[in-house]
Ligand binder design. Structure first.
Ligand code: KIV
Ligand code: NA
Length: 265
């Protein structure tokens, strides 16, 4: 199998082929997604929410991200695996950022890292890219800054904020990012950034004019139930299906239907 690389994504943008990306945090699920042909898997710090049950992405640690990343990497034969630098592992200075990126590459065997922010992280990005590690940027709604913004509402709706976002997107490209995630911004702005930048722009709630789409796996499979932003398309309702299977199992155990004669030694 030919592996997807950061260069593959660039040539997909150049040829107008949309990039498919999902999050993954464990071996078994990552294997299904990779076998199905997903282009990119992101070991997102959304693991803090969907794996650990935290309200925000802030508590997850670098060690915990590395554990998830190791599991996903073991499963993937084709897709590009990108790992989020968690909150607190890169904001201190560019040396701290580089050390965190190197730990993810060495200990997990990741192919690239992602971090949130614009101008303020440009120096760190240059240093990480300089060490040979591909970096994906992340602008718009940046969940690690939730306490600064106060809400998870749509970002850059006003002209001034939109111009700052475009400015920061160019800074990230110039700093050496191979790609950029745009989260929860108006579709027109997403399209404008994707046209302005040479590198592929992946959207989540950024409309159809960007170069690819990413969703949190648990949301698109309907494992999460009380999260229904407009941008989310659910392909399954696994919460209900797993719930029903569990209720059936409980019933069969209680009624002594399980195990039957053929299901024992
Ligand atoms: O952590 C995550 O899941 C992400 C995606 C939503 C882009 O950063
Ligand atoms: Na993230």
């Amino acid at each position: 199998i030919k592996r997807v690389t950061s260069h593959t994504l660039q040539s997909m943008k150049d040829h107008g082929e949309k990039i498919s990306m999902l999050t993954a945090y464990d071996f078994s699920m990552a294997k299904i997604l990779d076998d199905a042909g997903i282009d990119v898997l992101l070991v997102g710090d959304s693991a803090s929410n969907v794996m650990a049950g935290h309200e925000t992405t802030l508590p997850i640690t670098l060690d915990q991200m590395i554990y998830h990343a190791q599991s996903v990497i073991r499963a993937c034969q084709r897709c590009l695996v990108i790992v989020d630098l968690p909150f607190g592992s890169y904001q201190g200075n560019s040396k701290e950022a580089l050390n965190s990126a190197i730990r993810i590459m060495k200990e997990a065997g990741a192919h690239a890292i992602k971090l949130e922010g614009g101008e303020e992280v440009a120096e760190s990005i240059k240093r990480i890219v300089g060490a040979g590690v591909p970096v994906m940027g992340h602008l718009g709604l940046t969940p690690q800054s939730i306490y600064k913004f106060g809400t998870y509402s749509v970002r850059a709706k006003e002209e001034e904020e939109a111009e700052i976002l475009i400015h920061n997107a160019k800074i990230l490209q110039d700093a050496g990012c191979f790609s950029l995630v745009l989260e929860k911004i108006p579709a027109a702005l997403g399209e404008a950034v994707a046209k302005e930048l040479r590198i592929p722009v992946i959207g989540i709630g950024a409309g159809g004019g960007v170069d690819g789409q990413v969703l949190v796996m648990h949301d698109m499979l309907g494992i999460t139930k009380n999260f229904s932003p407009r941008f989310l398309r659910r392909y399954l309702n696994l919460y209900d299906e797993i719930s029903e299977a569990t209720r059936n199992y409980i019933k069969d155990v209680k009624s002594k239907d399980f195990p039957n004669d053929k299901e024992q030694y």
